[in-house]
Design a protein around this ligand. Structure first.
Ligand code: 5AD
Ligand code: SF4
Length: 470
Protein backbone atom coordinates (compact mmCIF):
# COMPACT_ATOMS: atom_id res chain seq x y z
CA UNK A 1 0.00 0.00 0.00
CA UNK A 2 1.24 3.47 -0.86
CA UNK A 3 1.97 5.82 1.98
CA UNK A 4 -0.67 8.26 0.67
CA UNK A 5 -3.30 5.58 1.28
CA UNK A 6 -2.36 5.08 4.91
CA UNK A 7 -4.39 7.90 6.48
CA UNK A 8 -8.00 6.98 7.23
CA UNK A 9 -10.13 9.55 5.34
CA UNK A 10 -11.99 12.10 7.45
CA UNK A 11 -15.37 10.91 6.17
CA UNK A 12 -14.66 7.35 7.34
CA UNK A 13 -13.81 8.64 10.81
CA UNK A 14 -16.98 10.76 10.77
CA UNK A 15 -18.96 7.58 10.01
CA UNK A 16 -17.44 5.96 13.09
CA UNK A 17 -18.56 8.93 15.18
CA UNK A 18 -22.06 8.39 13.77
CA UNK A 19 -21.98 4.79 15.01
CA UNK A 20 -20.85 6.02 18.44
CA UNK A 21 -23.83 8.34 18.46
CA UNK A 22 -26.22 5.56 17.37
CA UNK A 23 -25.07 3.35 20.23
CA UNK A 24 -25.39 6.23 22.70
CA UNK A 25 -28.96 6.90 21.54
CA UNK A 26 -29.86 3.22 21.67
CA UNK A 27 -28.93 3.08 25.37
CA UNK A 28 -30.61 6.42 26.03
CA UNK A 29 -33.86 5.11 24.52
CA UNK A 30 -33.68 2.11 26.83
CA UNK A 31 -32.87 4.46 29.74
CA UNK A 32 -29.88 2.24 30.36
CA UNK A 33 -26.58 3.34 31.91
CA UNK A 34 -24.15 0.90 30.31
CA UNK A 35 -20.85 0.01 31.92
CA UNK A 36 -17.72 -1.23 30.15
CA UNK A 37 -14.66 -3.01 31.45
CA UNK A 38 -11.45 -2.78 29.39
CA UNK A 39 -8.75 -5.23 30.47
CA UNK A 40 -5.44 -4.51 28.75
CA UNK A 41 -2.49 -6.93 28.64
CA UNK A 42 1.06 -6.45 27.40
CA UNK A 43 3.10 -3.49 26.23
CA UNK A 44 2.60 0.28 26.37
CA UNK A 45 1.45 0.35 22.75
CA UNK A 46 -1.45 -1.82 23.87
CA UNK A 47 -2.08 0.44 26.88
CA UNK A 48 -2.29 3.36 24.44
CA UNK A 49 -4.76 1.38 22.28
CA UNK A 50 -6.80 0.60 25.41
CA UNK A 51 -7.01 4.32 26.16
CA UNK A 52 -8.47 4.88 22.68
CA UNK A 53 -11.04 2.12 23.22
CA UNK A 54 -12.04 3.81 26.48
CA UNK A 55 -12.24 7.15 24.68
CA UNK A 56 -14.65 5.73 22.09
CA UNK A 57 -16.67 3.96 24.80
CA UNK A 58 -17.17 7.18 26.70
CA UNK A 59 -18.49 8.85 23.57
CA UNK A 60 -20.99 5.96 23.29
CA UNK A 61 -22.23 6.75 26.79
CA UNK A 62 -20.48 3.95 28.68
CA UNK A 63 -19.04 4.53 32.12
CA UNK A 64 -15.90 2.56 32.87
CA UNK A 65 -15.61 -0.12 35.52
CA UNK A 66 -12.82 -2.48 36.53
CA UNK A 67 -15.24 -5.22 37.51
CA UNK A 68 -16.16 -7.56 34.65
CA UNK A 69 -19.07 -8.96 36.69
CA UNK A 70 -20.99 -5.71 36.65
CA UNK A 71 -20.06 -4.74 33.07
CA UNK A 72 -22.45 -4.76 30.11
CA UNK A 73 -19.45 -4.88 27.80
CA UNK A 74 -16.13 -6.59 28.53
CA UNK A 75 -13.10 -6.03 26.30
CA UNK A 76 -9.94 -8.12 26.56
CA UNK A 77 -7.23 -6.12 24.81
CA UNK A 78 -4.68 -8.88 24.40
CA UNK A 79 -0.95 -9.50 23.93
CA UNK A 80 0.64 -12.28 21.84
CA UNK A 81 4.32 -11.77 22.60
CA UNK A 82 4.78 -14.94 24.70
CA UNK A 83 2.74 -18.05 25.34
CA UNK A 84 2.21 -17.13 28.98
CA UNK A 85 0.41 -13.90 28.00
CA UNK A 86 -1.95 -15.92 25.77
CA UNK A 87 -2.68 -18.50 28.44
CA UNK A 88 -3.74 -15.75 30.84
CA UNK A 89 -6.22 -14.46 28.28
CA UNK A 90 -7.72 -17.90 27.65
CA UNK A 91 -8.03 -18.26 31.44
CA UNK A 92 -9.88 -14.95 31.64
CA UNK A 93 -12.16 -15.95 28.77
CA UNK A 94 -13.05 -19.06 30.76
CA UNK A 95 -14.08 -16.92 33.72
CA UNK A 96 -16.27 -14.77 31.46
CA UNK A 97 -18.50 -17.76 30.67
CA UNK A 98 -19.78 -17.36 34.25
CA UNK A 99 -20.33 -13.59 34.10
CA UNK A 100 -22.26 -14.08 30.85
CA UNK A 101 -24.40 -16.80 32.41
CA UNK A 102 -25.37 -14.32 35.14
CA UNK A 103 -25.99 -11.60 32.56
CA UNK A 104 -26.83 -13.07 29.12
CA UNK A 105 -26.96 -9.57 27.62
CA UNK A 106 -23.28 -9.06 28.37
CA UNK A 107 -21.20 -8.45 25.22
CA UNK A 108 -17.67 -9.88 25.20
CA UNK A 109 -14.92 -8.59 22.88
CA UNK A 110 -11.46 -9.86 22.21
CA UNK A 111 -9.06 -7.47 20.49
CA UNK A 112 -5.35 -6.69 20.34
CA UNK A 113 -2.50 -8.82 19.02
CA UNK A 114 -3.88 -12.27 19.88
CA UNK A 115 -7.09 -11.55 18.01
CA UNK A 116 -5.09 -11.07 14.82
CA UNK A 117 -3.57 -14.57 14.97
CA UNK A 118 -5.48 -16.94 12.72
CA UNK A 119 -4.89 -19.84 15.12
CA UNK A 120 -6.50 -17.82 17.93
CA UNK A 121 -9.49 -16.43 16.05
CA UNK A 122 -10.26 -19.94 14.80
CA UNK A 123 -10.15 -21.31 18.33
CA UNK A 124 -12.43 -18.50 19.55
CA UNK A 125 -14.85 -19.11 16.71
CA UNK A 126 -15.07 -22.83 17.46
CA UNK A 127 -14.64 -23.15 21.22
CA UNK A 128 -15.38 -19.80 22.87
CA UNK A 129 -18.85 -19.16 21.60
CA UNK A 130 -19.65 -16.61 24.30
CA UNK A 131 -17.26 -14.15 22.61
CA UNK A 132 -19.31 -11.75 20.47
CA UNK A 133 -16.73 -9.54 18.79
CA UNK A 134 -13.14 -10.22 17.69
CA UNK A 135 -10.97 -7.60 15.97
CA UNK A 136 -7.26 -7.08 15.41
CA UNK A 137 -5.13 -3.95 16.06
CA UNK A 138 -5.53 -2.71 12.47
CA UNK A 139 -9.32 -2.59 12.89
CA UNK A 140 -9.29 -0.63 16.17
CA UNK A 141 -10.59 2.57 14.57
CA UNK A 142 -13.66 0.67 13.28
CA UNK A 143 -14.65 -0.46 16.77
CA UNK A 144 -17.87 1.66 16.90
CA UNK A 145 -19.14 0.17 13.64
CA UNK A 146 -18.24 -3.39 14.66
CA UNK A 147 -19.94 -3.01 18.03
CA UNK A 148 -23.05 -1.54 16.41
CA UNK A 149 -23.18 -4.59 14.13
CA UNK A 150 -23.16 -6.86 17.21
CA UNK A 151 -26.04 -4.92 18.80
CA UNK A 152 -27.98 -4.75 15.52
CA UNK A 153 -27.63 -8.30 14.26
CA UNK A 154 -27.10 -10.23 17.51
CA UNK A 155 -24.58 -12.22 15.54
CA UNK A 156 -20.92 -12.82 16.26
CA UNK A 157 -18.61 -10.38 14.42
CA UNK A 158 -15.00 -11.13 13.38
CA UNK A 159 -12.78 -8.45 11.81
CA UNK A 160 -9.36 -10.05 11.57
CA UNK A 161 -8.22 -9.67 7.95
CA UNK A 162 -4.46 -9.51 7.43
CA UNK A 163 -4.00 -5.79 6.78
CA UNK A 164 -1.10 -3.45 6.06
CA UNK A 165 -2.68 -1.09 8.58
CA UNK A 166 -3.68 2.55 8.57
CA UNK A 167 -3.38 5.67 10.70
CA UNK A 168 -6.53 7.12 12.24
CA UNK A 169 -6.05 10.59 13.72
CA UNK A 170 -8.31 12.20 16.28
CA UNK A 171 -9.71 9.14 18.08
CA UNK A 172 -10.71 10.26 21.60
CA UNK A 173 -8.44 9.08 24.41
CA UNK A 174 -9.01 8.48 28.12
CA UNK A 175 -5.63 9.14 29.75
CA UNK A 176 -4.42 7.93 33.12
CA UNK A 177 -4.81 10.42 35.92
CA UNK A 178 -1.55 12.05 36.88
CA UNK A 179 1.52 13.12 35.00
CA UNK A 180 2.33 10.26 32.61
CA UNK A 181 1.09 10.06 29.03
CA UNK A 182 1.78 7.83 26.02
CA UNK A 183 1.95 9.02 22.44
CA UNK A 184 2.12 6.49 19.60
CA UNK A 185 4.29 8.01 16.89
CA UNK A 186 4.17 5.02 14.56
CA UNK A 187 2.48 1.67 14.21
CA UNK A 188 3.53 -1.76 12.96
CA UNK A 189 6.93 -3.34 12.44
CA UNK A 190 8.93 -4.33 9.36
CA UNK A 191 11.82 -6.08 11.05
CA UNK A 192 10.70 -9.68 11.30
CA UNK A 193 13.07 -10.67 14.09
CA UNK A 194 12.77 -14.43 13.72
CA UNK A 195 11.28 -15.08 17.19
CA UNK A 196 8.72 -12.28 17.13
CA UNK A 197 5.02 -12.36 16.33
CA UNK A 198 4.54 -8.56 16.25
CA UNK A 199 5.12 -7.99 12.50
CA UNK A 200 2.45 -10.61 11.77
CA UNK A 201 -0.18 -9.02 13.96
CA UNK A 202 0.46 -5.27 13.84
CA UNK A 203 0.98 -4.76 10.12
CA UNK A 204 3.66 -2.73 8.37
CA UNK A 205 5.46 0.34 9.69
CA UNK A 206 3.61 3.59 9.24
CA UNK A 207 4.60 6.89 10.82
CA UNK A 208 2.23 9.58 11.97
CA UNK A 209 2.63 12.99 10.44
CA UNK A 210 5.21 15.00 12.46
CA UNK A 211 2.75 17.89 12.83
CA UNK A 212 0.15 15.56 14.37
CA UNK A 213 2.69 14.24 16.88
CA UNK A 214 3.92 17.74 17.74
CA UNK A 215 0.37 19.00 18.24
CA UNK A 216 -0.43 16.09 20.56
CA UNK A 217 2.70 16.57 22.67
CA UNK A 218 2.05 20.32 22.88
CA UNK A 219 -1.50 19.66 24.07
CA UNK A 220 -0.28 17.20 26.70
CA UNK A 221 2.33 19.62 28.04
CA UNK A 222 -0.29 22.37 28.21
CA UNK A 223 -2.64 20.00 30.06
CA UNK A 224 0.06 19.44 32.70
CA UNK A 225 1.51 16.06 31.68
CA UNK A 226 5.16 15.93 32.67
CA UNK A 227 6.40 12.49 31.69
CA UNK A 228 5.59 11.76 28.06
CA UNK A 229 6.69 8.55 26.32
CA UNK A 230 6.79 8.29 22.53
CA UNK A 231 5.83 4.81 21.41
CA UNK A 232 6.63 2.66 18.43
CA UNK A 233 7.79 -0.91 17.83
CA UNK A 234 11.02 0.64 16.55
CA UNK A 235 11.00 4.43 16.91
CA UNK A 236 14.37 4.61 15.15
CA UNK A 237 12.73 3.90 11.84
CA UNK A 238 10.20 6.70 12.38
CA UNK A 239 9.78 8.70 9.21
CA UNK A 240 11.30 6.18 6.79
CA UNK A 241 7.90 5.63 5.20
CA UNK A 242 7.14 9.36 5.03
CA UNK A 243 9.80 9.88 2.35
CA UNK A 244 10.33 13.53 3.30
CA UNK A 245 13.84 13.21 4.73
CA UNK A 246 12.50 13.60 8.28
CA UNK A 247 13.59 11.05 10.89
CA UNK A 248 13.31 10.29 14.59
CA UNK A 249 16.13 12.65 15.70
CA UNK A 250 14.39 15.45 13.75
CA UNK A 251 11.16 14.73 15.61
CA UNK A 252 12.99 14.77 18.97
CA UNK A 253 14.61 18.10 18.10
CA UNK A 254 11.25 19.62 17.20
CA UNK A 255 9.51 18.27 20.30
CA UNK A 256 12.30 19.62 22.47
CA UNK A 257 11.44 23.15 21.29
CA UNK A 258 8.00 22.93 22.96
CA UNK A 259 8.27 25.11 26.07
CA UNK A 260 7.39 23.78 29.52
CA UNK A 261 8.62 21.60 32.37
CA UNK A 262 8.38 18.01 31.13
CA UNK A 263 10.41 14.95 30.18
CA UNK A 264 10.29 13.04 26.90
CA UNK A 265 11.09 9.33 26.79
CA UNK A 266 10.75 6.85 23.94
CA UNK A 267 10.56 3.13 23.36
CA UNK A 268 11.51 0.85 21.77
CA UNK A 269 14.70 1.49 19.89
CA UNK A 270 16.24 -1.04 17.51
CA UNK A 271 20.06 -0.96 17.64
CA UNK A 272 20.33 -1.53 13.89
CA UNK A 273 18.70 1.87 13.29
CA UNK A 274 20.14 3.78 16.27
CA UNK A 275 22.62 6.43 15.17
CA UNK A 276 25.26 8.68 16.73
CA UNK A 277 23.07 11.57 15.63
CA UNK A 278 20.21 10.26 17.81
CA UNK A 279 22.50 10.28 20.83
CA UNK A 280 23.88 13.73 19.97
CA UNK A 281 20.33 15.10 19.76
CA UNK A 282 19.43 13.47 23.09
CA UNK A 283 22.59 14.86 24.70
CA UNK A 284 21.92 18.47 23.74
CA UNK A 285 18.17 18.49 24.30
CA UNK A 286 16.70 19.88 27.48
CA UNK A 287 13.55 17.73 27.69
CA UNK A 288 14.65 14.33 26.39
CA UNK A 289 15.45 12.12 29.39
CA UNK A 290 18.99 10.76 29.45
CA UNK A 291 17.57 7.29 29.42
CA UNK A 292 17.79 4.66 26.72
CA UNK A 293 16.02 1.34 26.37
CA UNK A 294 18.05 -0.44 23.69
CA UNK A 295 17.06 -4.13 23.42
CA UNK A 296 20.11 -6.25 22.62
CA UNK A 297 18.42 -9.70 22.90
CA UNK A 298 21.73 -11.62 22.78
CA UNK A 299 25.47 -11.09 23.14
CA UNK A 300 26.44 -13.78 20.64
CA UNK A 301 26.90 -13.01 16.95
CA UNK A 302 25.64 -16.34 15.63
CA UNK A 303 22.47 -16.07 17.72
CA UNK A 304 21.99 -12.41 16.73
CA UNK A 305 22.24 -13.46 13.09
CA UNK A 306 19.70 -16.27 13.55
CA UNK A 307 17.42 -13.81 15.32
CA UNK A 308 17.66 -11.58 12.20
CA UNK A 309 18.70 -8.63 14.35
CA UNK A 310 21.15 -7.26 11.77
CA UNK A 311 23.86 -5.98 14.15
CA UNK A 312 26.80 -7.62 15.88
CA UNK A 313 27.93 -7.61 19.50
CA UNK A 314 30.76 -5.22 18.54
CA UNK A 315 28.37 -2.82 16.81
CA UNK A 316 26.06 -2.83 19.84
CA UNK A 317 28.98 -2.15 22.21
CA UNK A 318 30.16 0.67 19.99
CA UNK A 319 26.70 2.28 20.09
CA UNK A 320 26.34 2.13 23.87
CA UNK A 321 29.89 3.34 24.39
CA UNK A 322 29.20 6.35 22.20
CA UNK A 323 25.88 7.03 23.96
CA UNK A 324 27.54 6.87 27.38
CA UNK A 325 30.34 9.13 26.23
CA UNK A 326 28.03 11.91 25.04
CA UNK A 327 25.58 11.40 27.93
CA UNK A 328 27.49 10.81 31.16
CA UNK A 329 25.08 9.37 33.71
CA UNK A 330 22.91 7.81 30.98
CA UNK A 331 20.51 5.20 32.37
CA UNK A 332 20.61 2.22 30.04
CA UNK A 333 18.19 -0.73 29.99
CA UNK A 334 17.66 -3.64 27.63
CA UNK A 335 15.65 -6.74 26.71
CA UNK A 336 17.26 -10.18 26.64
CA UNK A 337 16.02 -13.52 25.35
CA UNK A 338 17.63 -16.63 26.79
CA UNK A 339 17.22 -20.02 25.13
CA UNK A 340 16.64 -19.03 21.49
CA UNK A 341 16.36 -22.26 19.43
CA UNK A 342 19.79 -23.86 19.07
CA UNK A 343 21.46 -21.55 21.59
CA UNK A 344 24.25 -23.34 23.48
CA UNK A 345 25.38 -22.72 27.03
CA UNK A 346 28.53 -20.98 25.75
CA UNK A 347 26.40 -18.68 23.58
CA UNK A 348 24.09 -17.86 26.48
CA UNK A 349 27.19 -17.07 28.55
CA UNK A 350 28.25 -14.61 25.82
CA UNK A 351 25.05 -12.75 26.66
CA UNK A 352 25.94 -12.84 30.35
CA UNK A 353 29.41 -11.47 29.58
CA UNK A 354 27.92 -8.70 27.44
CA UNK A 355 25.65 -7.78 30.33
CA UNK A 356 28.68 -7.66 32.63
CA UNK A 357 30.61 -5.56 30.15
CA UNK A 358 27.86 -2.99 29.50
CA UNK A 359 26.59 -2.60 33.07
CA UNK A 360 22.89 -2.06 32.33
CA UNK A 361 20.87 -0.28 34.99
CA UNK A 362 18.09 -2.82 34.59
CA UNK A 363 17.03 -5.61 32.26
CA UNK A 364 13.81 -7.15 31.02
CA UNK A 365 14.69 -10.82 30.70
CA UNK A 366 12.69 -13.54 28.95
CA UNK A 367 13.04 -17.21 28.27
CA UNK A 368 12.35 -17.85 24.59
CA UNK A 369 8.73 -18.73 23.90
CA UNK A 370 7.92 -20.26 20.49
CA UNK A 371 5.32 -18.25 18.54
CA UNK A 372 3.59 -20.37 15.90
CA UNK A 373 4.04 -18.90 12.44
CA UNK A 374 7.41 -17.25 13.13
CA UNK A 375 10.64 -18.49 11.56
CA UNK A 376 12.23 -19.44 14.87
CA UNK A 377 9.28 -21.62 15.87
CA UNK A 378 10.32 -24.03 13.08
CA UNK A 379 13.98 -24.23 14.20
CA UNK A 380 15.31 -27.21 16.15
CA UNK A 381 15.39 -26.38 19.85
CA UNK A 382 17.37 -29.11 21.65
CA UNK A 383 18.18 -27.37 24.99
CA UNK A 384 15.88 -28.42 27.83
CA UNK A 385 13.79 -26.04 29.88
CA UNK A 386 15.98 -26.86 32.91
CA UNK A 387 19.16 -25.90 31.06
CA UNK A 388 17.62 -22.66 29.86
CA UNK A 389 16.41 -21.87 33.38
CA UNK A 390 19.97 -22.37 34.70
CA UNK A 391 21.37 -19.88 32.13
CA UNK A 392 18.53 -17.50 32.91
CA UNK A 393 19.24 -17.67 36.65
CA UNK A 394 22.91 -16.93 36.01
CA UNK A 395 21.93 -13.87 33.97
CA UNK A 396 19.64 -12.63 36.74
CA UNK A 397 22.30 -13.16 39.37
CA UNK A 398 24.79 -11.04 37.43
CA UNK A 399 22.23 -8.32 36.65
CA UNK A 400 20.81 -8.14 40.17
CA UNK A 401 24.30 -7.64 41.61
CA UNK A 402 24.92 -4.90 39.03
CA UNK A 403 21.57 -3.15 39.67
CA UNK A 404 22.19 -3.27 43.43
CA UNK A 405 25.69 -1.80 43.03
CA UNK A 406 24.50 0.95 40.67
CA UNK A 407 21.67 1.79 43.07
CA UNK A 408 24.00 1.82 46.10
CA UNK A 409 26.17 4.41 44.34
CA UNK A 410 23.22 6.86 44.47
CA UNK A 411 23.18 6.87 48.31
CA UNK A 412 24.19 10.29 49.62
CA UNK A 413 23.50 11.95 46.24
CA UNK A 414 20.85 14.55 45.57
CA UNK A 415 18.70 13.78 42.52
CA UNK A 416 15.74 15.43 40.86
CA UNK A 417 12.62 13.28 40.66
CA UNK A 418 9.06 13.55 39.44
CA UNK A 419 6.60 12.44 42.12
CA UNK A 420 4.06 10.26 40.32
CA UNK A 421 2.38 7.87 42.75
CA UNK A 422 1.66 6.65 46.24
CA UNK A 423 2.83 3.51 47.96
CA UNK A 424 1.44 1.49 50.85
CA UNK A 425 4.73 1.73 52.77
CA UNK A 426 3.88 4.19 55.61
CA UNK A 427 7.53 5.16 56.01
CA UNK A 428 7.91 6.01 52.30
CA UNK A 429 4.41 6.96 51.18
CA UNK A 430 5.33 8.45 47.79
CA UNK A 431 6.67 6.92 44.58
CA UNK A 432 8.75 8.95 42.18
CA UNK A 433 11.02 8.53 39.16
CA UNK A 434 14.41 9.98 38.37
CA UNK A 435 15.06 11.38 34.92
CA UNK A 436 16.54 7.95 34.13
CA UNK A 437 13.24 6.34 35.23
CA UNK A 438 14.70 4.75 38.39
CA UNK A 439 12.06 4.23 41.07
CA UNK A 440 12.60 6.33 44.23
CA UNK A 441 10.41 5.64 47.26
CA UNK A 442 10.01 8.87 49.10
CA UNK A 443 9.37 10.33 52.53
CA UNK A 444 7.25 13.42 52.05
CA UNK A 445 3.88 15.00 51.84
CA UNK A 446 1.16 14.14 49.29
CA UNK A 447 1.16 17.77 48.21
CA UNK A 448 4.34 16.93 46.24
CA UNK A 449 2.33 14.72 43.88
CA UNK A 450 2.90 15.65 40.23
CA UNK A 451 5.87 17.90 41.01
CA UNK A 452 9.55 17.78 40.21
CA UNK A 453 11.52 17.87 43.50
CA UNK A 454 15.10 17.41 44.66
CA UNK A 455 15.59 14.44 46.96
CA UNK A 456 18.45 13.14 49.03
CA UNK A 457 18.96 9.40 48.48
CA UNK A 458 19.26 7.63 51.84
CA UNK A 459 19.01 3.95 50.91
CA UNK A 460 18.76 1.44 48.07
CA UNK A 461 18.21 -2.17 47.05
CA UNK A 462 18.17 -4.08 43.76
CA UNK A 463 14.87 -2.62 42.60
CA UNK A 464 14.52 0.84 44.12
CA UNK A 465 16.10 3.86 45.76
CA UNK A 466 14.84 5.45 48.98
CA UNK A 467 14.99 9.12 49.77
CA UNK A 468 13.68 12.28 51.38
CA UNK A 469 12.53 15.47 49.72
CA UNK A 470 14.76 18.44 50.57
N1 5AD B 1 9.97 -15.20 23.34
C1 5AD B 1 10.52 -14.52 24.36
N2 5AD B 1 10.65 -13.20 24.38
C2 5AD B 1 10.23 -12.50 23.31
N3 5AD B 1 10.24 -11.19 23.04
C3 5AD B 1 9.67 -11.01 21.83
N4 5AD B 1 9.29 -12.18 21.31
C4 5AD B 1 9.63 -13.14 22.21
C5 5AD B 1 9.51 -14.55 22.24
N5 5AD B 1 8.99 -15.22 21.24
C6 5AD B 1 10.82 -10.18 23.93
C7 5AD B 1 11.95 -9.41 23.25
C8 5AD B 1 11.32 -8.07 23.00
C9 5AD B 1 10.38 -7.95 24.16
C10 5AD B 1 9.31 -6.94 24.00
O1 5AD B 1 9.83 -9.25 24.29
O2 5AD B 1 13.01 -9.30 24.17
O3 5AD B 1 12.27 -7.02 22.97
FE1 SF4 C 1 9.49 -7.83 17.29
FE2 SF4 C 1 11.90 -7.19 16.30
FE3 SF4 C 1 9.70 -5.76 15.56
FE4 SF4 C 1 10.66 -5.54 18.07
S1 SF4 C 1 11.75 -4.94 16.18
S2 SF4 C 1 8.50 -5.80 17.46
S3 SF4 C 1 11.41 -7.62 18.49
S4 SF4 C 1 10.11 -7.93 15.12
Amino acid sequence: MERKDVLVPAEDLARQRDFQEKIRRMFEARQAHPRACVDTFGCQQNVADGQKLMGMLQEMGFTLTEDAKEADLVILNTCAIREHAEQRVFGNLGILTHTKKENPEQVICLCGCMAQEERVSKRIKESYRHVDLVFGPQALWKFPELLWEVYETHKRVFSVQDEHGTIAEGIPVVREKGVKAWVSIMYGCNNFCSYCIVPYVRGRERSRDPQAVLAEVRELVEAGYKDITLLGQNVNSYGNDLDIGYHFPDLLEDIDKIPGEYLIRFMSSHPKDATYRLFDVMAKSSHVAKQLHLPVQSGNDRVLHEMNRRYTRAQYLDLVNYAKRVMPGLVLTSDIIIGFPGETEAEAMDTVSLVEEVGFDALFTFIYSPRPGTKAAAMPDPATREEKQKWFDKLLEVQNAKSAALHAAYVGETVRVLVDGESDDPEFPLASRTEGNRLVRLKGDKSLMGKFVDVKITGSNTWALYGEAI
